[in-house]
Design a protein. Sequence first.
Length: 306
Amino acid sequence: MPVKIQDNLPAIDILAKENIFVMTTSRAAQQDIRPLHIAVLNLMPTKVVTETQLLRVIGNTPLQVEVTLLRTATHLSKHTPLEHLETFYKTFDEIQDTSFDGLIITGAPVEQLEYESVFYWQELTAIMDWAQKHVFSTMYICWAAQASLFYRYGVEKYPLPSKMHGVFAHRVLNRQAPLVRGFDDVFNAPHSRHTEVRMEDLVKVSELEVLACSDEAGAYLIASRDGKHVFVTGHCEYDADTLKNEYERDRAKGMDMPVPRHYFPDDDPSREPMVTWRSHANLLFANWLNYYVYQETPYDLGALLR
């Protein structure tokens, strides 16, 4: 939340130059307060796990958030009970006349497929088109980030020689961006993917800015310059044991899967992993909710359509 300061206090200019969020008394007096309405399009097969991870980081802010869980109608998850989906999830048809302050689209284990080969690709692109007028800011995670970068800006994805999975160090590229307020110069975040988008392609798109990257894992945080689209190529929402469970699952299938990098102590999978990314995850989602949604979205969500 912002620090409220008298309009002419000298500290305002100093803090603003440090990218600290302050609000003058006159602006605070004009603010209307209401709960944020956030939709989560959950494309992951283990929906209960993913919804719990996201609700954990969404809920760790002072803001009141009402969450609507969405699923695709063209693909029914085999790993989530139908009763759970019918009870707690809505489809696009049910909400297409509704507006939201924010939308989160999760990753999906389909990055090795061509986009048009994904069974629900047409439904997903319809939702992304709908969001242009019905959502103030959208966050795309992992595969969804790649898919949206391709659909909106023509940014290609490339196969990796081996899976990019582990916990990697990242550095902030633009410390003045609200999305990275409070970030350390170097912070950790997990990745788990078989494909990548490349920095040389991203910097060619004038509407985009790369805000953080990793020497090992590449571009991590990308945003449109108007803040309407935020792309996260990793999985900072992951639990402590998510990478471990994925690694053991793939090994059990007989896959030649390397040990996730920088995750287990001494890269020894017999030891319990240490969490080094949770504070960053909470800060990233708090910054997005506050600076890209709460501080910018109209009080009357219907204004998005006008």
